[in-house]
Design a protein around this ligand. Structure first.
Ligand code: NCD
Length: 350
């Protein structure tokens, strides 16, 4: 286990249970595996006629999306409903510049409505961590994407999709292709892939779309797509984050497609059974050709289905962690009170 001072320690209880889900960074392999195992059982349940379990019955989940989203918000909503929670969706525009204050006020108000869990998407990196550590630590915080920092449920649904298609992580060669620089998805994926022991992780992108410290993630860097795709088992494409590019980092989208777009011809270099993933929303003809996106190697729609299961898993695990921590605190208080009572008794006798 890591030290209590570790910034990501905020997501765990004293005994190492999940109580918030902010980032995949720093979490032990056993915990990531527990998320995948729990999610696996929910995937099977989703295929049945009755899709509900009572794990969050009587609980209130508030989805706080300060940034737009379709698939993430709707799969979080479905996940909470399949766990039998009461769900509140709040679409809050990011127009306000006084974010610090506004955010805190909004959260305190919702906490006063006795919410048990906040699912938060925010354009500022660190927003979810700030809420969990400073604002409402007693409410389970699930990060649904914060700035360029992290998108841990997306990364875990990707891990689940890989495991369900390919099995053992330690036997795999995986390539992440595209705009790593601006992608919170990539950051969360790279931490998870490394922790889960993937044999070889490659990153394929033009230099302008790579973070300077990318080698620190323990990856092999390729500028050439066909070279990077050689014999890989999994191709994880990323969306070009145009809205986050502040300067001209790319000549044009068609030029990008020519060099880095995933097409059938390019895929011929990968392992013959390789799967292709994309977190969505897809830009057809930019990151990926329509033929590949809709082809038999594509597992993009499986990713969406698996997203519900992974979100159910982390929501139910974080809620148990919160509950365990509350119980531990109550037990400690009761023990302290009993001890004080005993001391008082002894003093009275003396
Ligand atoms: C991702 C996101 O918002 O970070 N999308 C998603 O969660 N569906 C990826 C992206 O926008 O490129």
């Amino acid at each position: 286990m890591f030290e209590t001072k570790h910034p990501y320690r905020v997501q765990l209880t004293e005994s190492g249970q999940l109580k918030h889900f902010i980032t995949t960074e720093g979490l032990p392999r056993e915990l990531l595996t527990e998320i995948l195992d729990t999610a696996d059982s929910f995937v099977d349940m989703g295929a049945q006629q009755v899709k509900k379990v009572p794990l969050l019955r009587g609980r209130t989940v508030a989805n706080l999306f300060f940034e737009n989203s379709t698939r993430t918000l709707s799969t979080f909503e479905l996940a909470a409903k399949r766990l039998s929670a009461d769900v509140l969706n709040l679409n809050i525009a990011t127009s306000s510049t006084k974010k610090g204050e506004t955010l805190k006020d909004t959260l305190m108000t919702l906490a006063a409505m006795q919410s048990d869990m906040f699912v938060v998407r925010h354009s500022d990196s660190g927003a979810a961590h700030f809420i969990a550590s400073e604002v409402t630590p007693g409410v389970a915080i699930i990060n649904a994407g914060d700035g360029r920092h992290a998108h841990p449920t997306q990364a875990m649904l990707d891990m689940l999709t890989i495991r369900r298609h390919k099995g053992d992580f330690t036997q795999l060669r995986i390539a992440v292709v595209g705009d790593v620089l601006h992608s919170r998805v990539a950051r969360s994926q790279l931490h998870a892939l490394r922790t889960l022991g993937v044999a070889e992780v490659r990153v394929i992108a033009p230099r302008t779309l790579l973070p300077r410290d990318v080698e620190n993630f323990g990856v092999k860097v390729y500028q050439d797509l066909t070279e990077g795709l050689r014999d890989v088992d999994v191709v994880m494409t990323l969306r070009l984050q145009r809205e986050r590019m502040t300067s001209a980092l790319l000549p044009s989208e068609s030029e990008y497609f020519k060099l880095y777009g995933i097409t059938d011809d390019r895929l011929a270099y990968a392992h013959p059974e390789a799967i292709v993933m994309h977190p969505g929303p897809i830009n057809r003809g930019v990151e990926i050709s329509s033929a590949v996106a809709d082809g038999k190697r594509s597992v993009i729609l499986d990713q969406v289905t698996n997203g519900i299961a992974v979100r159910m898993a982390v929501m139910s695990m974080a809620m148990s962690g919160q509950q365990a921590e509350r119980q531990a605190r109550a037990d400690a208080e009761a023990a302290a009170a009993a001890e004080q009572g005993a001391e008082q008794g002894a003093a009275n006798e003396a």
